[in-house]
Design a protein around this ligand. Structure first.
Ligand SMILES: Cc1cc2nc3c(=O)[nH]c(=O)nc-3n(C[C@H](O)[C@H](O)[C@H](O)COP(=O)(O)OP(=O)(O)OC[C@H]3O[C@@H](n4cnc5c(N)ncnc54)[C@H](O)[C@@H]3O)c2cc1C
Length: 372
């Protein structure tokens, strides 16, 4: 793959730099800069191979050294991490951009993973950390930034974060999914005050309390099992009369003495003063209303694709997932999709990992065909 860079540092640049409050660092061999914020404090500006392309673009009007990556991967869940490992083996110059302060994506919210081969009963956090360590050992390069915008029309794609503009020949979107909301009164108001979407993250705050879990799939059942270990009582509220989670999880749940399932019911509102205190429930078959006293409400009613970046830019299916098959090829040349964010049958760690690997093969094929 070509690895061209553009270099231009001249006097004009330095004049402009001082005008906008950028200062050359004296102690580094490669030119690096600190930026003064509006309060006059010095902030470190993250640099890519010596020069930060975004800062040059914004302040200097375009003359700069910009590394054009072979591949940028957005997201470092299982799909993104697998992709970067394969990209390292393929010797592609690669950057992984991750919004979260840790890699691992949704895996990190899973207290126990039983279905990833070779790691029986490992915690999601341990598995995520192991994946990341593997990627680090292969020489992967990560930055912790949220991608805010993408320019996908040209052959060289541009990825914008708050501080930087990155350029790349190919892009793998591995942005995964986010939790779906109940969209009932009180949900937003009490988020962080009794309403949570992550039992493994927040369960500890409800030790010996009464909590509810809303949902009936794998995640809801797993959450209820997890919470039953530390909470006095767990209500599982489901809108149907049977659960849609894996059998083995249902069996584990049913064996727990402090779990009660409230069937055929929906939460209509979440109430409280400063913290969640009760839920208003409606029985869908009888229409009966009931007030259920709880200290916390864990919501696990499904997922939505993280597709904000690509709306109107890539073809999406009716659920908002990126239209792409196993090879990750999307409707835009040079842009590939891996993991939960794409159309697929099974959204799991093992399928996300497989997507990451497949996408890199597609990236290599694309780069070879295009010769860019
Ligand atoms: C509670 C729970 C339990 C689960 N249990 C299991 C299990 O036991 N077994 C199993 O196989 N699967 C399980 N799953 C599903 C599994 O975690 C997912 O299928 C898998 O993590 C999907 O991987 P991904 O890489 O596609 O996306 P994700 O894991 O969602 O990762 C996406 C990453 O992209 C980043 N990102 C998103 N937008 C941006 C942006 N704009 N800029 C930069 N970064 C961005 C996110 O921060 C995130 O790190 C579980 C999920 C949950 C929530």
């Amino acid at each position: 793959m070509k690895n061209e860079k553009m270099y231009l540092i001249n006097c004009t640049c330095y004049l402009n730099i001082s005008r906008v409050g950028l200062y050359r660092s004296r102690c580094r061999r490669i030119p690096t800069f600190h930026q003064r914020n509006q309060g006059g404090e010095q902030e470190d500006v993250e640099l890519v191979r010596g020069i930060d392309s975004g800062i040059w673009n914004i302040f200097l009007g375009g003359s700069k050294m910009v590394e054009i990556y072979d591949l940028i991967i957005i997201g470092s869940g299982p799909a993104g991490l697998s992709a970067t490992i394969y990209a390292q083996r393929a010797k592609l110059t690669t950057l992984v951009i991750e919004a979260n302060y840790v890699s691992g994506g949704q895996m990190m919210n899973t207290y126990r993973v039983d279905n990833y081969p070779g790691f029986l009963g490992i915690s999601g956090m341990d598995l995520g950390t192991t994946f990341r360590r593997h990627a680090d050992q292969m020489g992967s390069k990560f930055v912790m930034e949220k991608v805010l915008d993408l320019e996908l029309k040209k052959e060289i794609k541009t990825v914008r974060t708050k501080k930087h503009l990155y350029q790349t020949r190919t892009l793998i979107l591995a942005t995964g999914t986010d939790h779906r909301k109940l969209q009932v009164p009180g949900e937003d108001e009490f988020e962080g005050f009794g309403v949570s979407y992550c039992a493994t993250c927040d369960g500890v705050f409800f030790k010996d309390k009464v909590v509810s879990v809303v949902g009936g799939g794998d995640v809801a059942v797993e959450d209820a099992i997890f919470l039953a270990r530390c909470c006095k009582k767990v209500y599982l509220i489901h809108r149907r009369d049977s659960l849609c989670s894996a059998r083995i999880l249902q069996e584990r749940l049913m064996a727990l003495p402090n779990v009660e399932i409230i069937w055929d019911s929906m939460v209509r509102s979440i109430e409280g003063v400063e913290q969640v205190a009760a839920l208003q429930l409606e029985h869908l078959k009888t229409g009966e209303k009931e007030k259920l006293s709880v200290d916390g409400c864990f919501i696990a009613v499904g997922i939505l694709p993280n597709n904000v970046l690509i709306q109107g830019k890539l073809e999406l299916d009716e659920g908002g997932y990126i239209k792409a098959s196993e090879d990750g090829v999307t409707s835009v040349q040079g842009v590939f999709a891996a993991g939960n964010v794409r159309t697929k049958q099974l959204r799991q760690i093992v399928t996300a990992v497989s997507d990451g690997a497949n996408c890199v093969t597609s990236v290599q094929n694309y780069l070879m065909t295009k010769n860019i």
